[in-house]
Ligand binder design. Structure first.
Ligand code: PEP
Ligand code: MN
Length: 328
């Protein structure tokens, strides 16, 4: 097993660990680049080691260090999406409707979010709905409307891909979203690893951070280095909100990985009035970007109506998010 230590690991703490290990028959050798090579440590110990405050990661020796892993040698990754950048100190605000419903509402929303300072326009065309009787999205026509709206207002666009057979419809899409329900669709991930486009990978609602990172590894291992991780709420025993927004994931993912981390508070809390406080909290805990659903008339929205912000509320929140960033 190999332990990657944090840059500020206190030598006394490391010595205490190596002494304790040697009593248990585990030899620890410090490498030149500051890692700790452990002989005879079985894999189950990994979790224990990563709980130590000065250990960044624990990996089995016969496995290569994962591409997602933060090491002393890996600088933070930033992902380019059109003119926007996200990660490594660059912050991006993504906004737009849950679903592309028609040209008018999309253009209206696109103009409003652009004017309020959004960097990327979102809009679902292939919607992964829980029920087959709910609005499924406009499909290829939705992608066409989205890319046209992005061009019209001067914003790059992100949309979800649910099936690799739709990839040819996405040539003008700047960022491909893999939704929570497809985080472990490994066939899709392998294909998107070769697609030559940045990917926004959302955390599955029942998935751990390790599983999220290993899904990112599928993309990275297939040759795609342009990956953004996204926390969007997980299912817990708490029923009051749609999901539980796991903001601890943001600093944890930043510790474990060099990849940018985005937060989507809308799908997590599920109600518009709860979105601004959680969006501000996301920025405060170090998110590299926030994704928000905006609709000009939420009451008529065909998808996720309860969690959509009005354009004016989005503009006010965007201003607050800039203020939080400035304070930090
Ligand atoms: C979305 O962002 O449109 C979406 C469906 O989100 P999630 O996959 O996180 O549920
Ligand atoms: Mn939605």
């Amino acid at each position: 097993m190999i332990l990657i230590l944090k840059e500020n690991a206190a030598p006394e703490a490391v010595r205490e660990l190596t002494d304790a290990l040697s009593v248990r028959g585990i030899d620890a050798v410090r490498t030149e680049d500051g890692r700790l090579l452990l002989q005879n440590a079985d894999a189950a110990d990994g979790e224990l080691f990563t709980a130590l405050p000065f250990v960044r990661g624990a990996y089995r020796l016969h496995e290569p260090t994962p591409h997602y892993a933060r090491t002393e040698q890996t600088p933070d990754t930033y992902v380019r999406v059109g003119a926007a950048r996200i990660g490594a100190g660059h912050f991006a605000l993504i906004a737009g409707p849950c679903a592309v419903e028609n040209e008018d509402m999309l253009l209206q929303t696109a103009a409003a979010v652009k004017a309020a300072g959004a960097d990327i326009l979102r809009g679902g065309a292939f919607k992964p709905r829980t029920s087959p009787y709910e609005f499924q999205g406009l499909g290829r026509e939705g992608v066409r409307l989205l890319t046209a709206a992005g061009r019209a207002v001067g914003l790059p666009v992100v949309t979800e891909i649910v099936d690799v057979r739709d990839l040819d419809a996405m040539v003008d899409v700047d960022l491909l979203q893999v939704g929570a329900r497809n985080m472990q669709n490994f066939a899709l991930l392998k294909e998107l690893g070769r697609a030559g486009k940045p990917v926004l990978l959302k955390r599955g609602m029942g998935c751990t951070l390790r599983e999220l990172l290993l899904s990112a590894e599928y993309l990275l291992n297939a040759g795609n280095a342009q990956i953004i991780l996204c926390e969007r709420g997980i299912r817990t025993f708490e029923p009051s909100a749609r999901s539980t927004l796991d903001l601890g994931a943001v600093p944890l993912l930043h510790e474990l990985s060099h990849l940018p981390v985005l937060v989507d508070p809308c799908h997590a809390v599920g109600r518009a009035r709860l979105v601004p406080p959680m969006a501000k909290a996301a920025v405060a805990c170090g998110a590299d970007g926030v994704m928000l659903e905006v609709h000009p008339d939420p009451f008529s929205a065909q998808c996720d109506a309860a969690q959509a912000l009005l354009p004016t509320d989005f503009a006010a929140l965007a201003e607050k998010l800039r203020a939080v960033r400035e304070v930090l």
